[in-house]
Design a protein around this ligand. Sequence first.
Ligand code: SF4
Length: 486
Amino acid sequence: MPDILRICCPHAEPRVIERLWKARRYRKLFNYLWVEFLMARGAVRLWGGRPYWLTVDPNNFCQLHCPFCPTGADRGVRGKAMMDLEHFRRLIDRLGPYVIHVDMMNWGESLLNKNLPEMIAAAKSHGIEVRLDANFNHVPDGMLDRLIRSGLDVLSLSIDGASAETYGRYRAGGDFERVMDNVRTLVRRRRELGRTSPWIVWQFLVFRHNEHERPRVAELARKLGVDQVSFVAPFIPNEPGFLWEWMALNPEYQLYPPPAAAPGDGEMLRARLSSQTRKTASMEPYYARRFGAASLLSAAYLRRLAAMAVREGEWGWLFERLAKILAYSWRTRSGFGSVPYRSAEGGRRPVCKWPWAGMAVNPNGSVSPCCSVEEERDDFGNVFKRSFSSLWNGRLYRDSRRHVSRFVRGRAGVMPEADHVCRRCTAIGVANFKFPNHSPYGSDPNVALAQPDLEGPGGGDPGSGKGLSSGLAPSPEPLSSSRGKR
Ligand code: SF4
């Protein structure tokens, strides 16, 4: 039977069909095939089709300060919130029968939500595969046992270093030794409880400062008893100073063309200083366009820039930034930059699956079309406040599907100034989610338990490269800035 389904639905993933068929999850399977069919046709309204992928954010705050993450950099584009257990239950009772996979993380450290294990257990009661990403610095008492017992399938730990020194360079505020202790305890408790799940992944964002540690990471992971190591190419602000300082030399972990020549001192300094500001230099054009120059000329931002310039004795750098901020403002008013900047290319454009198949739910119920939408003003409605059907087939979702379909057919470019988040998205088709290899419906045979599998870029994570089930493309827009988010 799976063979027939595969032939009838050439766009669907054979391994997903097979897994669902073997697990007798026929309702999920039918929904999956129906959504894939509607997506292939570019349907704008999804009659009877529900998302089969959910990203749910239990809370959107974190205790670390990773420089390229909007939460870590405290850009403050969403109000901080924690999801209520009852709200989650209502959501999962509504969509659970159709959903295949839930990612329990988006903009924060989910372990800070004390109800997380109950949420996972609620999702598991609907036969959903559940994945959690965590920096694993703070694990409340008893949380590990509750997590293991909840039935969590995959736990991906973001550890970008094999020593305290390299780890702290990106995971600012994190404690490497504490994370190692937590991993040891997790592996021990899993064994003592007689469980094989969660499947533990060590996710390692490969930067220039830590790429030499890859063999050591594999060795350490083996000793710790971690199941898989996933080396991932991170998103980095696409500017010469940043790329020079952060991008790995190994081309396998480069998402951007390397700078043609070494950047000058000014660029290096700017990258170093900017990585410490909330709004980085590479974010300034975006903020100027979205909120006007006033948002960049705010007293707090200017004070921070000035303090850095004073500290480093770089007044020229400060004046250069101010001049650029004013230029952004002028360009915005004059409409500069509002033309499509990515025209049809020769090759086939991949479809973005999110508007048909996925949904990202924020802690307050606000729904983003995908896991990379930073600002609440770009969301499509609130699933805790209105009916799912009116939202799922509402104007914004219909507009999103229409735009992505037209884009895929080469009839539309991306509009950087558009109001609708998908119309100005530069990551269409690149930001897709990916089912993990390890699944309760059956694992791929090439992933061996207790045998670290050294993966290439995008290897086991959804997005931040969001991981990278939602591995996003290098882009000047913060919309797709999520790489490095985790
Ligand atoms: S914003 Fe981009 S990646 Fe997200 S759903 Fe829209 S087109 Fe897809």
